[in-house]
Ligand binder design. Structure first.
Ligand code: ZN
Length: 423
């Protein structure tokens, strides 16, 4: 173990200035998912860099949507002892089949995922990007979330050649519209499709300051309720009226009572609208509710419960309709995720790095889509730092070194991870 560890340290030291230069360059390219030119520039630069080691392609995700970068690395892409580059286009890969995995492919595959868009519009990078080697920090828009993670993936893959990793290949998936939630694009679907069958995945999102990782994130859904009642005069015709506001209030109380905080299941009415004047019994009321859940099974049960509450009117003569809006699936903490955490902890111990603990996070990430494809995934595997999505954002240089080693070592040792029968 000592020998590869020293070799890795030496290799990282030799490539350190190039990594930092590329990290900086990447930060200077900007921008947000809505800036088509910037996204093209970033994707183009990444494609060029990843093509040094990988078969690399940019997939269309939808009209006017940033592309998904797919880079495939395999042992077939490295140089031989004489320094000859073997076929980088994958021709030498034994079971290439368009590099789809599963179905008899002899190689284990590990997925490294992330995104190349940021929340910051182009314009101020030049003033904001700052490398402070003395303080050990990289500052700038996206330094932490998550261009540092992209550099970690890029060099972890390069390092694999040094570790002579056999029987394993790596697929890197980088989205250009993560921060906006992939509106109108097929990115989420493609992430699942291109991850399916992998042994495990690391999502190289913003890391915790202490190198811990994320093992679960809640899903969210919007739920809309509309009550129809009967309008009438509250003085002359009270008995004929069917008050939609009153009906909505009792339904909201019933539905909110489905909350089970300890299960991570919450219902929160966030907006309500109804009635037109104080002296009219209202015939319409609408409300919007925020639903959060830790598993799709919980969500489906919640949906059924809301339906059955809505099916029975509290005030005779009223009716309630329910509609679902935007749905973001949860990143579920499956047994596979727990096992992957134990495996990564073991790898960290072997490298004498701080051993990451697993945490739950509130905000969503693309780990959910990869997890939905049945692949055990850990999130927040990128570089560490603070203040993402703010002008103070920075990342720790030391965490880049640690993550490159941890990721490369875990991939090189992946035959020791649970699903080794697939080899
Ligand atoms: Zn991010």
């Amino acid at each position: 173990m000592e020998a590869p560890k020293k070799e890795m340290d030496r290799w990282i030291a030799a490539h350190w200035s190039q990594m930092l230069a590329r990290w900086k360059e990447l930060l200077c390219l900007g921008g947000t998912a809505n800036e088509a030119q910037a996204m093209e520039r970033v994707a183009g630069q990444l494609q060029q860099w990843f093509a040094e080691e990988c078969r690399c392609q940019l997939l269309e995700t939808g009209p006017k949507c940033p592309k998904l970068l797919v880079a495939d690395w395999g042992p077939w892409g490295r140089q031989d002892d004489q320094g000859n580059q073997s076929d980088r286009n994958g021709a030498a890969c034994p079971n290439r089949q368009e590099n789809r995995i599963g179905e008899g492919n002899a190689l284990r595959r590990v997925v490294l995922s992330g995104h190349y868009d940021t929340v910051f519009a182009c314009g101020q990078e030049q003033q904001r990007v700052r490398l402070d080697e003395e303080a050990g920090c990289m500052e700038g828009p996206g330094a932490l979330d998550m261009k540092g993670g992209i550099i970690a993936a890029m060099y972890a893959v390069k390092l694999l050649s040094l570790l002579r990793a056999e029987g394993v290949c790596v697929r890197i998936l980088l989205a250009g519209d993560e921060e906006t939630g992939h509106p109108g694009s097929r990115t989420a679907e493609l992430l699942a499709e291109y991850s399916r069958g992998a042994l495990f995945a690391f999502n190289l999102e913003t890391g915790f300051l202490n190198a811990d990782v994320c093992i679960g994130r809640k899903g969210t859904a919007e739920c809309y309720l509309n009550v129809k009642g009967v309008q009438s005069h509250p003085g002359n015709d009270f008995a004929r009226g069917r008050n939609a506001i009153l009906e909505m209030c009792s339904k909201l109380e019933e539905i909110s009572a489905l909350t089970q905080v300890e299960k991570g299941l919450t219902v929160s009415p966030g907006r309500i609208q109804g009635g037109s004047a104080v002296n009219i019994i209202p015939d319409a009321c609408s409300a919007a509710l925020d639903l959060r859940f830790s598993s799709m099974a919980d969500f489906e049960q919640l949906q059924r419960n809301i339906h059955s509450i809505c099916a029975v009117p509290g005030i005779e003569g009223t009716s309630v309709q329910m509609q679902l809006g935007e749905l973001l699936p949860p990143f579920e903490t499956t047994d596979g995720v727990r096992e992957l955490l134990r495996f990564v902890q073991e790898m960290a111990r072997e490298l004498q790095l701080s051993v990451p603990q697993g945490h739950y996070r509130g905000g969503a990430s693309d780990a959910a889509h990869i997890g939905n494809a049945g692949v055990p995934v850990l999130c927040s595997m990128g570089v560490s730092g603070e203040y993402s999505h703010s002008e103070q954002e920075y990342a720790l240089l030391s965490s880049l070194k640690d993550r490159i080693k941890l990721i490369a070592w875990a991939i090189a040792q992946s035959a020791r991870f649970g699903g080794t029968d697939e080899v």
